[in-house]
Design a protein around this ligand. Structure first.
Ligand code: NAI
Ligand code: 13P
Length: 374
């Protein structure tokens, strides 16, 4: 790791060196971690955490990982294969998770002893998961959401961290960033941002749990800003993929990313006036926007959508190209559109609204560059 990074982050040094020490253990009860989710990023999150729980005395070594059970083509259950091979052969093949990661297909059983809950599933499943968890978690549990997405209620948008807090009655931080899971899985250096509301000590505990020599995590006091960055950039990534599929070139793509960033900032601040400008310059902001528009799944499927002239649906392309992994950008574009429509803001957000209209085939892919961006 470059020296300047160490200077920047004393917590990184503590995590990498396992410096918590025996004194730590005697002062605090050990925390138990459960990761709720085991897709591409969920599996990498479990790997990161498991490498740290082995080093840090304040955490139990074992990391429980809830697996949405499925039967593999071999006839075996995914959770059993993960526990036998120490690999998520479907969502993260070829990467060992750490022997202290234990896959568990029983959601309620997986969470019952944990005081640290890490939520990392596609956002559309979270409402159902929360309902199942009511009354099933420890009273002293704390949560963090790695989920990029939101729900739309009659009252307006509901961020996933808010859903968790409201349904389960627990505090929820968020972790977002320029984090293409497959790259972090092979330990290429990247950064992430933890967003917290009030409790800085808790944010630092999450930083400690995730931070490694190749994954540098920084806390910022702006939970909505961090979460909206992670959520809204997926809509811009769809636009960037359309531009790629249309072979419009780099200048057009850069323009779409700039306009997208401007809409991300404007909508975030309209929804939550407390959102800070500086958050957009953290890993969760411009860095995540760049990496997703260059190398993410939303970009990839949108490129194929445009190459097919919009004739094959995103659902079809997702099933064919992602082998069970899920796109977040298409449903987020719909959710954003509902919010904009409900509030009379559609004209203020031409990129966001056009992406949705292209996704549902109301407009052709080329419309992404025919919009009048003010
Ligand atoms: N993959 C990546 O590079 C990154 C993903 N994220 C975010 O992390 C979140 C989770 O994404 P991934 O871990 O990549 O998942 P994924 O898209 O790779 O996998 C889909 C997951 O959903 C599960 N699933 C399918 N049907 C389900 C159901 N009915 N109920 C519950 N679970 C079901 C599957 O078993 C699988 O674990 C998303 O919000 C995504 O935006 C964030 C950063 C990076
Ligand atoms: O959020 C991501 C990178 O930070 C991954 O984006 P995709 O879901 O488009 O792959």
């Amino acid at each position: 790791m470059p020296q300047f990074l160490l200077d920047n982050n004393h917590i990184a040094a503590a995590a990498a060196g396992g410096g918590a020490g025996a004194a730590d253990e005697t002062m605090t009860a050990k925390s138990r971690v459960t990761v709720v989710g085991s897709g591409n990023w969920g599996s990498v999150a479990a790997k990161l955490i498991a490498s740290n729980t082995l080093k840090l005395n304040s955490f139990h070594d074992e990391v429980s990982m809830w697996v949405f059970e499925e039967t593999l083509p071999t006839g075996e259950k995914l959770s059993q294969v993960i526990n036998r091979t120490n690999e998520n052969v479907k969502y993260l093949p070829g990467v060992k998770l750490g022997k202290n990661v234990v896959a568990n297909p029983d959601l309620e059983n997986a969470v019952k002893d944990a005081n640290l809950l890490v939520f990392v599933t596609p956002h559309q499943f979270m409402e159902g998961i929360c309902k199942r968890l009511v009354g099933k978690i420890r009273a002293d549990a704390e949560a963090i959401s790695l989920i990029k997405g939101m729900e739309v209620k009659r009252e307006g948008p509901c961020m996933i961290s808010t859903l968790i807090t409201e349904q389960l009655g627990i505090n929820c931080c968020v972790l977002m960033g320029a984090n293409i899971a497959n790259e972090i899985a092979v330990e290429k250096f990247s950064e992430a941002t933890v967003g917290y509301r009030k409790n800085k000590e808790m944010a630092e505990k999450w930083v400690q749990l995730f931070n490694t020599s190749y994954f540098m995590v920084s806390p910022v006091q702006d939970v909505e800003g961090v979460e909206l960055c992670g959520t809204l950039k997926n809509v811009v990534a769809i636009a960037a993929g359309l531009v790629d599929g249309l072979e419009m070139g780099n200048n057009t793509k850069a323009a779409i990313m700039r306009i997208g960033l401007r809409e991300m900032m404007a909508l975030s601040k309209l929804l939550f006036p407390s959102v800070k400008d500086s958050t957009f310059f953290e890993s969760c902001g411009v860095a995540d926007l760049i990496t997703t528009c260059l190398g993410g799944r939303n970009r990839k499927c949108a490129e194929a959508f445009a190459r097919n002239g919009g004739k094959r649906s995103f659902d079809e392309l997702e099933a064919e190209m992602l082998q069970g992994q899920k796109l977040q950008g298409v449903s987020t574009a719909k959710e954003v559109y509902e919010v904009l429509n409900h509030r009379g803001w559609l004209e203020l957000f031409p990129l966001f609204s056009t992406v949705h209209e292209i996704c549902i085939a109301r407009l052709p892919p080329i419309a992404i560059v025919n919009v009048k961006f003010k």
